[in-house]
Unconditional design. Structure first.
Ligand SMILES: NC(=O)c1ccc[n+]([C@@H]2O[C@H](COP(=O)([O-])OP(=O)(O)OC[C@H]3O[C@@H](n4cnc5c(N)ncnc54)[C@H](OP(=O)(O)O)[C@@H]3O)[C@@H](O)[C@H]2O)c1
Length: 336
């Protein structure tokens, strides 16, 4: 099969498509999936350079998020409700290949109104944002939410979800174009450019001096954002896209009776697997009803140009979810 195979560590700009890599061999609880679209993540950039926390033995196929169809020659393990041809999305090492072997627990059905490109970026991003807002921050209708990196993968999902849950959303991003994306594709009510000094005062003005009830932060901007948090607000630590792990003086937590709340979606698989099904059930309902809709970056890269997509993420050029097209979709969903 064709695949992005890592045989020696290299910067993403140096990786290329291999045309004759062996198909993956499914394990006893795996299914085989024909991959149509792959979701690109910052950690793919780290993994191809040997800098990620999870490094498979070489040679390995890059990629984690995908959408596709159960292969015609897939094994169907006992208890599997899927059949060959079913549209699925999920996560497994090796997503940037024409076929991927996936543990049965790591796939879900694609709602009819969602294309492969849209579904390719669902598996990590959307449950992270949903569980952060609903499970961890216990967001209530009518509350104010500030989302940093609001046009990014997890950020735009958080903006849409907060709106769907009845919140008032202030998007914070690094450019006017990304603020437009946050409003047009996310539905944000207000936007502030967080590269401009004093942006927190703008947030305070928007909220009538009260500040925001919930901060959703995948960047590492908790300390800066606390300047505009409300009394008893909750600040969600989602990630550190700016590059370094943020440190916080704890007097800031005490002064306004606030809570600093962590979210690590991947850790639910080990600690609370049953809860994951509930989150997915809620998300599927929101997606099937069209109240939220995955946002795909304007350029979908063809398979042989995957490296360009990874470099665009590294240069902070993308918004929404960056996606690579591995097979063309001839189904009706492609025209939605
Ligand atoms: N906790 C969890 O379970 C979980 C799950 C998924 C992802 N995450 C984490 O969340 C973070 C964001 O993921 P994502 O998929 O949304 O990424 P993404 O789509 O690449 O978006 C990241 C955004 O962060 C902003 N940013 C600010 N400083 C940056 C810098 N120095 N370099 C690059 N970007 C910078 C950029 O927006 P502006 O240009 O607007 O500043 C960029 O678009 C990552 O750290 C990821 O590891 C955590």
């Amino acid at each position: 099969m064709r695949a992005f195979v890592i045989e020696s560590y290299a910067h993403p700009s140096k990786i290329s498509l291999t045309s004759d890599f062996p198909d993956p061999k499914p394990g006893p609880r795996d299914v085989l999936v024909d991959v149509y679209s792959g979701g690109l993540n910052f950690f793919d950039i780290l993994q191809c350079q040997g800098k990620y926390q999870n490094q498979p033995p070489m040679p390995f196929v890059l990629g984690m998020e995908f959408a596709g169809r159960i292969s015609s020659n897939s094994p169907i393990p006992n208890g599997c409700s899927f059949k060959p041809g079913d549209r699925v999305f999920g996560g497994a090492q090796g997503a940037f290949g024409e076929k991927v072997a996936v543990p049965l627990n790591n796939i879900l059905p694609i709602p009819d109104n969602i294309s492969y490109d849209q579904a390719a970026g669902l598996y990590v991003t959307w449950p992270t944002s949903y569980e952060a807002l609903v499970g961890r921050a216990v967001l209530k209708s009518g509350e104010w939410v500030l989302v940093t990196a609001s046009a990014g993968g997890v950020g735009i999902a958080a903006v849409q979800l907060a709106k769907a849950l009845g919140a008032k959303v202030i998007a914070a991003a690094g450019s006017r174009a990304k603020l437009e994306v946050s409003k047009n594709f996310g539905g944000a009510d207000f936007g502030v450019d967080y590269t401009k000094p004093g942006w927190q005062q703008e947030v305070l003005n928007i909220t009538g001096g009260k500040g925001v009830d919930v901060i959703y932060d995948p960047v590492g901007l908790i300390k800066d954002s606390l300047k505009c948090i409300a009394w008893k607000g909750r600040a969600l630590v989602v990630g550190f896209a700016a590059g370094s792990i943020e440190k916080l003086p704890l007097n800031l937590v005490l002064l306004k009776n606030i809570s600093i709340v962590g979210i690590h979606w991947g850790a639910y698989a080990k600690n609370e697997p049953a809860h994951m099904s509930k989150v997915w059930q809620d998300l599927m309902e929101l997606m099937s009803s069209g109240r939220v809709k995955p946002v795909v970056y304007s350029e979908v890269w063809p398979f042989d140009r995957l490296a360009d997509g990874l470099v665009a993420i590294e240069k902070r050029q993308t918004w929404g979810k960056a996606v690579v097209r591995i097979r063309e979709d001839d189904s009706v969903q492609a025209r939605l």
